[in-house]
Design a protein around this ligand. Structure first.
Ligand code: HH2
Length: 265
């Protein structure tokens, strides 16, 4: 899953495709095509940054950012995901043809569940502790794996009761969303233990501050670390990786695939 943020303030690609209130549509289309050529199967379009401390945006502002991009992407052959937690934005994205709603608030808003139940798109349910404004202020868990697994189980049940078929669901532990470094590392080491009902696991570690802490590198120098950690995540059970650098991730995943075929020899 390649990341395309149409925001002025995302932590790594903020301002790249969205400047002075307007969407750089032809540039974003070029970037999308490059990601697809590099091996992305799915592109994740986001109109609101969720980095710690980010300013929330209103419905209309988010729609104005993402809708032209969704319409433009419908012209290329790729699955498109919309990263939103607002049911009104999701409804408009679905009408514009997106294939998946990626909700970093994990369907906290019951209206989101209703919008999804009335559609046939895929759904990524991500775990976030608290709100982006304050989520990194001393997050604590008794047992981070059990708490996130319980959360997944509850949200899956909510979806099933509302009529969202299980084949449409993917689950994401939400690395860096209300988690300290030790929680992120524990989760990465326990991915399979998070799996609920055999549903696919999505993970987003690309360029995140955890990688900065571990390597000492600023956000624009975390490509290698991101590719390595994506490969490790896939080895440990991740089914979808959300990344900014598709080509290097693809290389790392090819190596994992080749090596795992020869594991027993
Ligand atoms: N991480 C970010 C945004 N959306 N969605 C899922 N499912 N999983 C993630 O880990 C995830 C996500 C944060 O990264 P980014 O979009 O690059 O930054 P920002 O939130 O600042 O736009």
């Amino acid at each position: 899953m390649g990341v395309l943020n149409v925001t002025p303030d995302s932590f790594s690609d903020g301002g790249r495709w969205y400047r002075r209130g307007s969407v750089a549509l032809s540039e974003i289309l070029d970037a999308a095509e490059r990601m697809v050529e590099a091996g992305a199967h799915l592109l994740d379009v986001g109109g609101e940054s969720t980095r710690p401390g980010a300013r929330p945006v209103g419905v209309q502002e988010e729609v104005d950012r993402v809708l032209p991009v969704l319409e433009a992407l419908s012209r290329i052959d790729v699955l498109v995901s919309l990263d939103t937690s607002k049911p009104e934005v999701a409804a408009q994205g679905i009408a514009a043809g997106c294939h998946l709603i990626n909700d970093v608030q994990g369907l906290r808003n019951p209206e989101m569940v209703q919008v999804l139940a009335g559609s046939d798109v895929g759904v990524c349910v991500m775990h976030m502790r608290g709100e982006p404004r304050s989520m990194q202020a001393d997050p604590r868990y008794d047992d981070v794996v059990i708490e996130i697994r319980d959360f997944f189980e509850r949200q899956v049940q909510t979806c099933l009761h509302a009529g969202v078929e299980p084949e449409r669901l993917a689950l994401d532990p939400g690395f860096g969303f209300g988690k300290a470094l030790e929680h992120n590392l524990t989760l990465l080491g326990a991915l399979e233990a998070l799996r609920v009902s055999d549903l696919p696991l999505l993970v987003g570690l690309s360029r995140k501050s955890m990688l900065g802490t571990l390597t000492g590198r600023p956000v624009d120098e975390r490509e290698v670390a991101s590719a390595v950690v994506a490969a490790l995540a896939v080895e440990r059970g991740a089914d979808i990786v959300r990344v900014h650098d598709v080509g290097s991730t693809r290389d790392a995943l090819r190596l994992v695939e080749a090596l795992s075929e020869h594991r027993e020899h």
